[in-house]
Design a protein. Structure first.
Length: 104
């Protein structure tokens, strides 16, 4: 809470990464997307000793109107230089830069 991140969530049983990505982005941002290539993967510790494997993909907006879902306070577009000045979830900026999505 209080930090910026990128849309994401758990896959439903039997759901592909692409289908889950489209669903989560729509639920969290109100936007329809075309799924692109895998940007990168990270592992993060979760409660009870579980490890979350997070696969982040590039995507292109194809429609919709930006609107924050019920699990977000706001949604917005940011220029690349703005991202580094935002309070972000831990490791997000390093991951995006390491994958070549944002400049270092």
């Amino acid at each position: 809470m209080g930090l910026w991140s990128i849309p994401g969530g758990r896959l439903e049983p039997g759901e592909t990464d692409a289908a889950g990505l489209r669903r989560e982005v729509l639920e969290e941002t109100g936007l329809h997307v075309e799924v692109g290539r895998l940007a990168g993967t990270v592992e993060r510790p979760g409660p009870g000793g579980v490890t979350y494997v997070i696969r982040d993909y590039l995507a292109t907006v194809t429609g919709g109107t930006p609107a924050a879902g019920d699990d977000a306070a706001d949604v917005r577009w940011c220029a690349m230089d703005e991202v580094a000045r935002l309070p972000l979830t831990e490791g997000l900026l390093d991951s995006l830069a390491g994958w070549g999505v944002l400049p270092r």
